[in-house]
Design a protein. Structure first.
Ligand code: OOG
Ligand code: NI
Length: 452
């Protein structure tokens, strides 16, 4: 078998993401309504703003917009996380970033499995925010051991997917038939299970410590808990959600609305209370699955990120308890300090850009080490913002909390443990900033090396 006869990981990811979306649409009809609303608002936004449409086409992002999704799952053990890493690798997805949510009262730490190469991102940037439960944060030792014992009994992977993952690793690829089977088998891990694996008192005891713990421990697998489309106007979708019969969470997470969007803005609708069956077919309910939308902006450098973090912290003192409109108004005031102009973002080294020669630039001999801003001013080079492909810990905590009904707590503060997370994962999580920096640096070389 030659490499050419294997299906590319990009193709497998694309199919898997579509299959996951179909499955979630059947399982959670509100997700279908949200997709329709996002699609409608995206169309209107593009009609209203042809310059935005043009920029998206140039960056190859218009095509990916309609298929772009991120989802989230939560697992219970190091073995589960390590196997997931191998599963996602079949689809060209690697662990990027480390998110510690314990400081926000959520007993998990997380990474995002996603493609990293430009071409793969352009094809389908499908990402899965993956959290590992930190059982060590359960104080009661009896309950902690009980949770660990329950988790030790389950296998969240089908025998078929285990075989196919091994086959992929041995062969270096999957044939069309194997890839099709892989998609079907892998999907099983993310499916909803109506039967809990425990009795009601056990569920209740775990739920009383933290609803998230019950969600991770009491089921056969890590059901996908949301799947998120990307919108071009999150404020408008939030405003219209009630008209589609969807109740949004109180406020939009992340930075305020800006002329040059930065990082990531997110909002979600409340998790559904769904009927389940405990041991002995005793009926009950569980609340875990919800819907979310996101709007993506430019990736920030370490310096830009530090400014974002500082302003966000400052704003949080003032926005506590405000409804969305006031919340946004205060955020905008505080973020007035963050330059909202591409030239300034570049000059101050706050955000990442990709540089390329214009037609005129390609026809000119450009000296190496030339000043980029001058070349841009002369119309020889074009700078395009690099889109942020990752997540934000404070926002993620806000999404978790709005769905767990938990009040903010600092119960688990000071417990960051990247080393332990990476030991469980089996590899280091890739540093997201290095990916953006690498992309920017390569584009700079492309510009100055063009005449060589
Ligand atoms: C994940 C919540 C975080 C995001 O987009 O930041 C998240 C979860 O609830 O499992 O999805
Ligand atoms: Ni999400």
């Amino acid at each position: 078998m030659t490499a050419a006869s294997y299906v590319s990981p990009d193709r497998i990811r694309d199919r898997f993401s579509a299959a996951m979306s179909d499955m979630y649409r059947t399982e959670v009809p509100q997700y279908g309504s949200l997709l329709a609303l996002v699609d409608q608002v995206n169309r209107e936004t593009l009609d209203r703003d042809p310059a935005l449409a043009e920029r998206l086409v140039q960056r190859g992002e218009l095509e990916r917009l309609n298929i772009e999704r991120h989802g989230a799952i939560r697992v219970g053990t190091a073995e589960e996380l390590a196997m997931l890493r191998r599963l996602f690798a079949v689809m060209g997805m690697q662990p990027v970033g480390y998110y510690d949510l314990s400081g926000a009262g959520v007993p998990v730490h997380s990474t995002a499995f996603r493609p990293v190469e430009d071409a793969a991102l352009a094809r389908n940037p499908f990402r899965i925010f993956t959290s590992l439960l930190r059982l060590e944060l359960i104080e009661d030792p009896t309950l902690r051991e009980r949770a660990a014992a329950i988790l030790a009994r389950r296998d969240i992977f089908t025998p078929g997917v285990r075989e196919l993952i091994e086959l992929y690793e041995q062969q270096g690829g999957l044939t069309a038939e194997q890839a099709a089977r892989f998609v079907d088998e892998a999907l099983e891990t993310f499916r909803w299970h109506r039967h809990a694996t425990v009795d009601l008192p056990t569920y209740q005891a775990l739920h009383d410590v933290h609803r998230l713990i019950a969600d991770v421990v009491c089921f056969k697998g890590p059901h996908i808990n949301h799947l998120t489309p990307r919108t071009l106007d999150i404020d408008e979708v939030q405003r219209r959600m009630p008209e589609s019969g969807i109740t949004p969470k109180a406020v939009i997470e992340g930075p305020p609305r800006r002329r040059c969007p930065i990082l990531l803005r997110q909002t979600s609708f409340k998790a559904l209370e769904e009927p389940i069956l405990f041991d002995g077919d005793r009926p009950g309910t569980h609340t875990a699955r919800f819907g979310e939308i996101e709007q993506r902006g430019i990736a920030l450098t370490a310096r830009g990120r530090a400014l974002y973090d500082r302003l966000l912290t400052e704003s949080r003192k003032q926005t506590a308890g405000l409804e969305n409109r006031e919340h946004q108004r205060v955020l905008e005031e505080v973020f007035a300090e963050f330059p909202d102009d591409e030239t300034e973002l570049r000059r101050q080294g706050l955000a990442f850009f990709e540089y390329e020669l214009t037609g005129a630039g390609a026809a000119t001999d450009i000296a190496e080490g030339g000043d980029m801003e001058r070349l841009i001013g002369q119309g020889l080079v074009r700078a395009a913002p690099i889109t942020y492909e990752d997540f934000l810990p404070v926002s993620a905590a806000g999404i978790f909390q709005s769905n767990l009904g938990g009040a903010e707590t600092s119960a688990y503060e000071g417990n960051s443990s990247r080393d332990e997370f990476e030991a469980a994962l089996g590899v280091p999580a890739i540093d997201e900033l290095s990916l953006y920096a690498g992309r920017e640096a390569a584009s700079r070389r492309g510009v100055s090396g063009a005449g060589d």
